[in-house]
Design a protein. Structure first.
Length: 185
């Protein structure tokens, strides 16, 4: 299954049908409905706990936003979604990295493919004057890799997420005010 292609086709479908994605919940459900109508012979479920798929559930997160699997779970796919609406740009970017780490962990636990999807309506996620630290990944390099340090708060520059691989992406236009990217692993 080509997750990235399916998700990019979903965004084309959203454009063509002028479907309003107004928060993360609407993104999750619109994508889930689209996937159910597009792929046959798979279950598409929301907020599925990792323990449903693996005894090794010591992961950075517990619940998978969208899980896709066949009856005997010999094929399984996971999608994590972010659609931040309340600013907090550097913290949300750190959350993007956390989702990538979670998808790496699920790949290590036997998932066929995983994907991270980010949809933003706020320019500071993809461009701005500051392009160092966490901003560099999302505004300049368009790749997330290595140790990503928490950019704010009490654990600033001490807490970090360590990614195993380099994950490149491309910001794509959804409409005149929204951009998205899809990282498939």
């Amino acid at each position: 299954m080509e997750l990235k292609g399916l998700i990019e086709n979903f965004f084309k479908y959203v454009q063509e049908r002028d479907i309003e994605i107004y928060n993360e919940f609407s993104l999750q459900h619109e994508l889930g409905i689209y996937l159910r109508n597009t792929i046959a012979n798979y279950k598409v479920q929301f907020e599925r706990n990792v323990s449903f798929f693996s005894n090794d559930n010591k992961t950075i997160k517990r619940e998978i936003d969208i899980a896709i699997f066949n009856d005997d779970k010999s094929e399984k796919y996971a999608i994590e979604l972010k659609h931040p609406l309340n600013g907090q740009h550097p913290e949300q970017m750190y959350s993007f990295a956390k989702d990538i780490k979670f998808m790496e962990e699920l790949k290590d636990r036997g998932f066929n493919k995983t994907a991270c999807v980010v949809l933003v309506c706020d320019r500071p996620f993809y461009e701005g004057k500051m392009n160092t630290g966490i901003y560099n990944y999302f505004r300049q390099e368009y790749a997330v890799y290595g140790d990503i340090y928490k950019p704010t708060g009490a654990n600033k520059n001490s807490e970090f997420i360590s990614l195993t691989s380099r994950h490149e992406f491309r910001w794509q236009d959804l409409n005149d005010r929204s951009k998205f990217y899809v990282i498939e692993m």
